[in-house]
Each structure stands twice: as structure tokens, then as C-alpha cells.
Design a binder for this molecule. Sequence first.
Ligand code: C2O
Ligand code: CU
Ligand code: CU
Length: 500
Amino acid sequence: MRRRNFLKISGLSAGTVVTGGSVTGFLISSSGCKKEHHMGMMTEPVMATEGEFFNPLLFPSEAGVNQTLTAQTTTANLKGTNIPVLGYQPNSLLGPSFRINKGDAVNILLQNNLSEHTNIHWHGLKIPALMDGHPDQLANAGGTFRYQFTVNQRAGLSWYHPHPHEMTGKQVFQGLAGLFIINDAEESALNLPSGQQELPLVIQDKRINASGIIYNPSMEEVMAGYMGESIFVNGIYSPFTNVATRYYRLRILNGSNARVYNLAFSNNADMIIIGNDGGLQNNPATVKEILISPGERLDVLVNFNAVPVGSEIFLLSKQFGNGGDAQGKQSFKIMKFKVTTSFTDTFTVPATLSVLNAIPASSAIKTRTFEISNAMEHHGVPMNDGMQMRHRINGKLFDSNVIDENVSPNTNEIWVFDNSDGDEPHPMHLHGVFFQVLGRTGGRGNLIPSENGWKDTVLVMPGEKVRVIVPFENNTGKFVFHCHNLEHEDDGMMLQYQIK
Ligand code: C2O
Ligand code: CU
Ligand code: CU
């Protein structure tokens, strides 16, 4: 049942504040639990505050096939002061960006200098289960974990971040994440904008004060996901970069815990989408705005050719609808492009980028449906945890001792994520595979242009049901799948599948 219906049935209207104890016996309300809040009042969005866009955009250093990543408490200059952060290298929010060729064997040592356990999940890499950063595979405080695998997949933008259950949200929010770029011959043959014209952009919101990056989600913030008021790109607050009147390739990761962005340019320039989570799409698609949820990647070409030298153009997040109480309520600037140089560009956007075959739905040997609405949870009828509202998949919370789904190697399956009765966005992510989105009903009602081709994370908005087809290969072992709103994930909105 959806919120509005429930409110009607229970005789409340939106905006009513249910005070503790007034409707006990049905609504669970007491001073220790904010369910009444969620029932009657909007979950407040965290508004983004814009800076002056004076800070030069920087890029993390690049790393190759041999690298040590030292998870540590360090300090970084954020918004003009040095504050404590977590990093994979000293004095920096993000770890180095790996740039790896298809076929390379990598050898990465995680040195855990934190006072708690951590690990690294390679989000978007198809690698053996024991290398994947499953929440069971941890480096203890002071310990190490060696990641060794061969990169055997097409070019694309992947990333890495910690995955210790119930601590992922905090560790990522406080700074642990990095990019993993794979190059291959198919992609280089296209001669896409590169070097100074290829801009990896990690977009993240942070909550900052003088003592550090604050991570202390209230119960409501576990519900909506934890958001920050300060928008960072590559660990830089309110940045700008100088550009010439030519094409640029923006390789964008939404590395935020919960915030969804609706990207657009302030001059309404075309965003030419050429790729997504799993690399290049078949053909470019031109849009004016595009949603990107936590964990998703976008490969976008933009042409500053028609823009007079001296202009300033902003990458924005525009308002959007249907994002639940806490998302999409505001337009704000993310970063500034200063057009400073004129250039005569000879690049033309290739009409064909790749040749990916659609997997026919008829090839699926099984359909599994996952209920992700959490409707009764949110709306006053507790499940079996009494006071606790929790985010679940099919009514279940993460339990590392339980294999929730058994999958056979080398089979195709249809997985359905059903948020029909929900009121929160859920970016659903599978480890160990890429999938193709077959369709969406409810809500936006269709695929968006960034959803063609290979995906590993798909946004399921309130009211939506999304069907994906997953080719499971012979990569045996157990993997997790979960909501990539990291507060939802840490709250238990994660299950396991095993290929066996
Ligand atoms: Cu980027 Cu299991 O996640
Ligand atoms: Cu992942
Ligand atoms: Cu979620």
C-alpha cells in the first residue's frame, strides 16, 4: 500500500504530525522512534549549498597494474581548511585512478591502517568471487588483503570502494573510493577526446564541518539515505576547469551515498551519451538532461565549439519529479567550465560506437522477482522487528550465512525489481555481472538513453518495476546484490546469489 492510501485509510493527511502515543497499537510511535515522523511528515531534503567555483578542478593521480592502497585516516583541504578524512593515500579524499588495459593482470595490496575492518569491492569488474570484495572478505584493522586478478572485459569506467557490511556508507562518505578505467582496442580506434579533453568526474555530496566529514545518519536519514550540503567533484569543492572550444569527454561517476543527480548544462547544451556502466553503447544518444543514481556511470561528449570564449557554463543538477520526499527538490550547480581558448576541432562523433547484441528475453530460463517497495515498513505496520523500520528485499535482510538465490552457470535469467508500492528511489546493483535493461513499467515508463547496453546498476524510482536480463557466466561463487543507496545497503537491503 502506498503512503497516500495508507494515510487515507488511517484517517491522517499528509502534514499531520502524529505525536507519540496518540495512535499506539497501530502506528508505532514513541519518542525513541521516528516512525510517526515518516508517517505524517515529509522527510526533509538536504539542500545543496553552492560555492564560488573558484577552486581548480584536479584529478587523482593515475595507477597501473601494481599498486598499494593504504586505507588511512588523513587530512585533506576541503573548503579551505584541513579536516580529517579517510583516504587510500595521504592528503586526499579519493584513491588513485587505475588505468588498465584489457588483458592486464593486476596486483593490488590493500593495507588497512584504519582502526576497523575494511575491504575493497571492484564495482563493475567481472572477477572471481574471492577477489570481489564480498562483505565476508575483509582486511582487519592493521591487516592486509591482496587483490590479484586479470582484467578480461571491454573498456569502460568502473570504480572501487569499501564494502564491509554496516560500515560501507560511513567509509565511502568519509572518502574511500576511486576510479578504475579500462581501455581496449575497440575504444581507442574511435579516437574519442583524450588527454586534456578526457575528464573523469567523480560527483559526491559531503557533510562538512571543522571537525571533519560528518557521518551520523538519523533514523530518517537511514530511510532517505544520507546526503550532504557540499557538492564535490574529484574531491574538490565548487570547482572550475578551463576548456577550449572543442569536444570533451566527461566520464562521470555518481560516487554519492544516496543523492541522485539530474545532470544538464546551464546553456542547455546537448549531452551526447556514448556509454554507461559497462562501456560504450551502440550509438550516441543526445539528451538535454539525464538522471544518474549512486553507483552509476555515464560517458558523455559535450561540444563547447559554439560557445564564445569568455563564457562560463555550469554542469547542473536540475530538479526532477518522483524522487520521493528527499530527492529532486532543487536545482544546483556542480561545477564550472570556463571557455578560455578557441580551437578548431576536427573531431566528429562516430555514428556507430560499438556492436552490442540485445539478449532476447526468450533466452531466459528463469524469472526472479524482487519486491523492493518496503511499503508496509515505512507506513506504520512493522514487520517482525517491532520498532525497527528496515530496508529489505523480498522481506529479507542481509545475512551472510544465507544464500538467497542459486543460479546455474552459463544461463540467462530475468530479474525484476519491483518498487511499485514504494516511495523511495532504489539504485539496484549486482556484483559479478553486467545486465541489459529489458523494460520499465510505472513511473518513467520506459528505458532512458543511458540504459541501453551493459549496466550493473539500475535506478528503480518510486512506482517503477524494472526488468533486466542477466547472463550469468561460469564465474562460480557467492556474490551480493543490493541497493546502492549505501544507507539502505547498510540497513540490510542486500542479498546473496551463488553461481554453482
Ligand atoms: Cu558499488 Cu556492492 O557496490
Ligand atoms: Cu559492485
Ligand atoms: Cu534503496
